[in-house]
Design a protein around this ligand. Structure first.
Ligand code: DAH
Length: 337
């Protein structure tokens, strides 16, 4: 029996030394319930009283030796597996990272924000108006009765006979004056609609910014000073403005306003089509009829108003030659701003 135990020990240790993958199999083979060592221990009943403790001790030693080896081997195997895992999952912090794409402001919003900032700086308040508007506010209150020829240039989308998509931001003037007695000093940016086909300078949806000032003693001089300051802030300190007589039904007198070309300084270049001037907005003194329509006494108060196209400002400011680029969401274009 002694020899059997010695043999089991040697065989087991040798087998364990050779293969670490089958540790569990070997454990079962030698130490399991049906294992060889267990079989020897079972046979101990046949031993004499003197032999039994000696063999028993030896059997325990053999078991301990095999168990220790198994523990040692499985720890080594575990460590090895861990080492390999750490190696394969190693993070190289010097590898260049993946760029996170950050969005940015659209050139149209950029232009609107700058316009707002300029007028906020002059003490204006920003107000909003509905895009779905009554014919009354879009036209009639602004001194454009039914059948007035001015409606032709502002054909829009009708929801009913009386409700339409506003063709200009000017109806906000009427809405504000109806609710507020002077002093009034507001701007109103927003979407407007016209029944126009899309091309490089037209779109059925575009943006305007309306301005309105009403108080006692407001004159054309105030309008001119305001627009001059605006033009300098927007296009640079060298910028000059000029008024050309025009007609708008809701202002009297009315003007179209040009800025000196900020590319050539007024000399004439391709950018300003050799004019030296670039048209940027319409303006005038609020027509007494409009004041009266909105419950403001034209004998006591006067005011000026102006309206500009935000797309036009963005195109000029960022030297964009086709309005469609602003709506196409081409990242290659938008990334430049
Ligand atoms: N609403 C006009 C348009 O769309 C622009 C305009 C002209 C607005 C003169 C005004 C103004 O407030 O006084 O063509």
């Amino acid at each position: 029996m002694r020899e059997t135990l010695e043999r089991i020990k040697n065989e087991a240790l040798e087998a364990l030394a050779q293969s670490d993958a089958q540790i569990e199999d070997l454990r079962i083979k030698y130490l399991g319930k049906k294992g060889e060592l267990t079989a020897v221990l079972r046979g101990m009943g046949s031993l004499s009283a003197e032999e039994r403790p000696v063999i028993g001790q030896l059997a325990n030693e053999v078991r301990a030796a095999i168990e220790n080896k198994i523990t040692e081997l499985s720890q080594t195997a575990k460590q090895k597996a861990l080492d390999e895992k750490l190696k394969s999952e190693k993070i190289d912090v010097t590898v260049p990272g993946e760029k996170v794409k950050i969005g940015h402001v659209h050139p149209l919003d950029l232009a609107q924000k700058q316009l707002e900032d300029i007028f906020l700086g002059m003490g204006y308040t920003i107000v909003d108006g509905p895009e779905v508007e009554y014919d009354y506010y879009n036209f009639q209150a602004l001194n454009i009765p039914e059948d007035h020829p001015a409606r032709d240039t502002q054909d829009t989308f009708y929801i009913t006979d009386k409700i339409l998509l506003r063709s200009q931001t000017s109806p906000v003037q009427a809405r504000v004056m109806e609710k507020t007695q002077p002093p009034i000093k507001i701007i109103s940016p927003g979407r407007v609609y016209r029944s126009d086909a899309v091309d490089a300078t037209h779109s059925p949806l575009f943006h305007q910014l309306e301005g309105l000032v009403v108080d006692e003693g407001i004159t054309m001089g105030d309008l001119k000073g305001t627009l001059e300051l605006f033009a300098k802030r927007m296009f640079g300190d060298e910028t000059k403005i000029r008024f050309r007589p025009h007609h708008f039904p809701f202002t009297e007198p009315s003007a179209e306003v040009d800025v000196s070309c900020f590319m050539c300084g007024g000399e004439g270049c391709r950018f300003c089509k050799h004019e030296g001037w670039i048209e940027i907005l319409g303006a005038g003194m609020v027509h007494p009829n409009v004041l009266r329509n909105c419950g403001i006494d034209p004998e006591k108060y006067s005011g000026f108003a102006f309206g500009l196209g935000i797309e036009r400002i963005a195109l000029l400011k960022y030297h964009i030659d086709d309005m469609r680029l602003l709506y196409e969401n081409d990242i290659r274009f938008l990334n430049q701003f």
